[in-house]
Design a protein around this ligand. Structure first.
Ligand code: NAD
Length: 389
């Protein structure tokens, strides 16, 4: 292992697990190592972490299973240009713990897991590489179900499917749940409704129209665009921004939105700031510029650092914790295991609003941030004493 001197192979893959297989016409020469990660940043009592090497395709990947006490681990596969194995492994550890928390609060009866592939998604992808990855997923016998994530497409998952049935988020034409973005957007919309209702002191009236509400949407890509449609239909006024002008134009034409430059979005006088672009945009400077009473959007890891949660609380800005409000996508995917049903997935996704109302009220009662309450609920449900890194 070259991850670091603290990571060692406990066991080589068991007999039959390291092999050459030509049944699909593709040769595999793969090796699976179970890792001891106690000294790696991000380790939080993970149940299983494996390194995956496939000499033929150059696959280098890590699969981390954090906690399966609530069900089989389900989480995406990320492909990224990691600078080192340790960086990749740390990411897999943190992301998989995040998935445990997300599933626990969303009540999907799934566990937390994640995979990362080391490589440049624009240069290093191939059908054979993803088939090799699929072999490793399959060797776990269903302990981990994979799906797409940053750098990995639905088409890549179709390659994975050739080697394992433990893959979700495939096209609807394959009987799967398809693009999760519309359901994620619906969950974010339900969360915004709950936050607005609480701010307007009518916490049990979460389905009211949003006629006098202005929402500043940062990023109108897949989720942001679908979110704008819900908000527009509910009567909200929209101010949008995006680094791609065509996305801005589309939102302005279809939803009568006005637009601002990307950097100006933090200064917009709005009721809600909805981060739907990349993570980390709510940083220590941006949080002081916000004029909205609510931060509620789709982006993962919205807060650049944990201290921002306290600043939001101090400024009386209601923050909908990112992994709670953006759980619609994984709720949708989790319905594949019982025969996919969009209607059931949407009804479950609506519960994000109720969950957030509970979190908002508990934060107020306990005098802590909404982010901390969400983590506490996840830890209570996982029955774990672990804390987020
Ligand atoms: P996307 O790439 O389709 O959309 C993101 C948009 O943000 C793009 O249009 C991009 O041009 C824009 N953008 C990037 N940087 C920006 C900046 N600095 N200012 C303004 N706009 C900027 O991605 P998506 O699928 O819509 O996901 C959006 C966010 O939600 C991501 O953080 C993603 O991790 C998170 N998320 C998505 C899903 C899902 O189902 N797609 C689920 C959970 C979380």
């Amino acid at each position: 292992m070259q991850v670091s001197t603290t990571v060692k192979a406990d066991t080589e893959m068991k007999a039959g697990d390291s092999s050459a297989d030509t049944s699909s016409g593709i040769e595999f020469d793969y090796q699976l190592e179970t890792l001891d990660c106690h000294d790696i940043p991000g380790f939080a009592g993970h149940e299983l972490v494996i390194a995956c090497n496939d000499a033929k395709t150059g696959l280098r990947a890590f699969i981390a299973i954090h906690n399966t006490s609530l069900g089989q681990a389900l989480g995406g596969c990320r492909m990224w240009r990691y600078a080192s194995d340790e960086e990749a492994l740390t990411d897999a550890l943190r992301l998989s713990q995040g998935m445990s928390y997300k599933h626990a609060v969303a009540d999907t009866q799934q566990g937390g897991g994640k995979a990362v592939i080391v490589g440049d998604p624009r240069r290093d992808k191939s059908d054979a590489l993803f088939q090799a990855f699929g072999r490793f997923v399959d060797s776990l016998g269903g302990q981990y179900v994979t799906a797409e994530d940053v750098g990995v497409s639905v088409d890549d998952m179709v390659s994975v499917r050739q080697q394992t049935k433990h893959v979700a988020g495939l096209p609807t034409s394959m009987g799967s749940s398809g693009d999760p973005s519309p359901v994620t957007a619906y969950g974010v919309y339900c969360g915004i409704q709950a936050a607005v209702a609480l701010k307007q002191r009518r916490p049990h009236d979460v389905h009211a129209r949003l006629d006098n509400v202005t929402v500043a949407v940062q990023g109108v890509g897949n989720v942001g665009y679908a979110l704008c449609r819900h908000l527009h239909n509910a009567g909200a006024k929209l101010v949008v921004t995006d680094v791609h002008q065509s996305n801005v134009t589309r939102a302005c034409i279809e939803f009568s939105a006005t637009s601002v430059d990307p950097e100006a979005i933090y200064d917009v006088s709005a009721d809600v700031f909805a981060p739907c672009a990349l993570g980390g945009t709510v940083n220590s400077q941006a949080v002081l510029r916000l004029k909205s009473a609510i931060v509620a959007g789709a982006a993962n890891n919205q807060l650049a650092e944990p201290a921002v949660a306290k600043t939001l609380t101090d400024r009386n800005i209601l923050y909908a914790p990112d992994y709670v409000i953006n759980a619609g996508g994984i709720i949708n995917i989790s319905y594949e295991k019982q025969g996919y049903n969009l209607d059931k997935a949407m009804r479950h996704t609506e519960r994000i609003g109720e969950t957030l109302t509970e979190i908002f009220q508990r934060a107020n009662t306990e005098g802590i941030s909404t982010a901390e309450v969400a983590d506490h609920i996840a830890q209570e449900r996982l029955g774990a004493s672990t804390s987020r890194p």
